[in-house]
Design a protein around this ligand. Structure first.
Ligand code: C5P
Length: 218
């Protein structure tokens, strides 16, 4: 039998990464931050002076990424990337390279390889639709654009970045539109996914809901 997978998909800054990591910790599963792979691809392309719309060149970079996920960070070519993949610039670049089919193809098997015993919680846009269609539980985790922009604002300020709420909101809305309207693996709720609307939920409540659904599903 294949290892169990919990697929958590949803828009940018919905809190799905935090929820997914906590669910994974609670179950003793590993955690895949699939968005980080698109972010790393955008960063590596930028460092190599490759334009984000040069599909073949960016796909080659994605296929050759030397990435190691550690407990505390992600290492690209042996060097911890820290917050370099979390800037607004790289967020926008990630969403651009993620719209290129050859890039998604280049990252497909790397993502599936995370699906090992005892289990995996994966978060992204297409965990339940493309990467792990056989997932034991699929969750579509969302929140209003305003709530997501505010969460992102707080995160950035806490990390010592400067931030502007109206700009964050419009960036998020642009990324949502690009992620939902692209032709390959668009962001949308799968028919067999549970909807988790977190605008008025705490992280703990969202984690508990996912764990309850998982217990029911298995
Ligand atoms: O989840 P996160 O915001 O880190 O993802 C960054 C970008 O990567 C998203 O805007 C989206 O375009 C892309 N992405 C994707 N498929 C995934 C995960 C992320 O297209 N499974």
């Amino acid at each position: 039998r294949a290892a169990p997978v919990i697929a958590i998909d949803g828009p940018s800054a919905s809190g799905k990464g935090t929820v997914a990591a906590r669910v994974a910790a609670a179950l003793g599963f590993s955690y895949l931050d699939s968005g980080a792979l698109y972010r790393l691809t955008a960063l590596a392309a930028k460092r190599a002076n490759v334009a984000w719309d040069d599909e073949a060149a960016v796909a080659a970079i994605a296929g050759g990424l030397d990435v190691v996920f550690t407990e505390s960070d992600i290492c690209l070519a042996g060097v911890p990337v820290g917050d370099a993949i979390r800037s607004e610039e790289i967020s926008a670049g990630a969403s651009k390279v993620a719209a290129l089919p050859a890039v998604r193809e280049a990252l497909l098997f790397r993502q599936r390889a995370f699906g090992k015993a005892p289990g995996l919680v994966g978060d992204g846009r297409d965990m339940g639709s493309v990467i792990f269609p056989q997932a034991s539980l699929k969750v579509f985790l969302t929140a209003s654009a305003e709530a997501r922009a505010e969460r992102r604002y707080k995160q950035l300020i806490e990390k010592g970045f400067s931030a502007n709420l109206p700009d964050l909101l419009s960036d998020l809305q642009q990324r949502d539109a690009r992620d939902s309207q692209r032709s390959v693996a668009p962001l949308r709720q799968e028919a067999d996914a549970q909807m988790l609307e977190t605008t008025h939920l705490t992280i703990e409540q969202a984690v508990k809901q996912v764990l309850d659904w998982y217990a029911e599903a298995t």
